[in-house]
Design a binder for this molecule. Sequence first.
Ligand code: FNR
Length: 378
Amino acid sequence: RRLASAHTIDDLRTIARRRTPRAVFDYVDGGAEQEISMARARRAFDDLEFHPRVLRDVKEVDTSTTVLDGPSALPLVFAPTGFTRMMNHEGEVAVARAAARAGIPYTLSTMGTTDMEEVRAAAPSARHWFQLYLWKDRAAGEQLIGRASAAGYEALMLTVDTPIGGARMRDVRNGLTIPPTLTAKSFAGMVIHPAWWISVLTTEPLEFAALSTFSGTVEELIGRMFDPTVTVDDLDWLRDEWPRKLVVKGIQSVEDARMVVEHGADAIVLSNHGGRQLDRAPTPLELLPRVVDEVGDRCEVLIDTGVRTGADLVAARALGATAAMVGRPYLYGLMAAGEPGVDRTLEILRVEYERTLRLLGLPSTAAIGREQASLRSR
Ligand code: FNR
């Protein structure tokens, strides 16, 4: 019933905002500093122009594709996001189950709030990927890799754009802490959103992968845990440790794309972390064609940041990406209505994707080519 008015991802965002305490909604919705990276990433998708063809039979469309040598119902992957049980108590398990039902891969974050074994067991038919941050405590990192291997995760995704935390000004202003605590500031949020507080704070404590007792801001958490000395030597080490698929997320230049491919990456994700790290970072969609020209024959190129519609997925694919990832869109669904909300996110994107293919005169994902879209010069 709550989802009756949700016809687009923006509609889900509106419902999510109503249903969730402000500090939590802003943690998801916000970006770093002046939020310029975030706005530009979105604008690039808006500014893209499609080139349709007419008089083609588009009664049947096949949306499926192959990502990291496995099947996916759409050129879409769920990006890793931290603290998912803070958005809704159903958390990572709900997201993984919805991804499994829709037939797309899900990437669990190192900062996840559900054990990776539990997520895997809750959605046995899903394609499970694990996102890795390298920590100052290398033994803890190694342990995570061992667990991911034992639990049957098919890919590791090393995120490389977070040597330190970005300055998320909304979080600073809201006084957000992990886990959320009741302060004079957050008290107002509790009064307005009692259901959220009761469900999130009375279920199991918000613990994540290896660090069970932390309390502070996200920036403090990253400063305490994340290793800012990571280099390509660590990528070489990881390549030796992990024989399955290795993805590097957070690539923002042609040079770095080439570098990590030479060091063994099977795929890269062009991403500025949803605009949550460096502000005024390169816009992934604009970088995409050049990166694909440089390394597209040696690795898969994925993209994220700012994808909000099925048409955006077509756009990413047309400019050469294997698939696009989304973060906020499924979190909006989760905050709006739990697991059915994530199902709705996927349904919206699928319907929009199919419609765009038909209107472009294309019978399948495989038929999308560079001739179908171009970036309008500004
Ligand atoms: C993220 N992102 C992220 N990335 C990562 O590698 N590890 C993580 O733990 C997180 N955590 C996280 C939390 C939240 C609330 C958000 C919104 C994002 C970044 C994420 O994987 C992805 O790059 C962006 O979300 C993509 O942009 P959109 O789709 O949100 O615009």
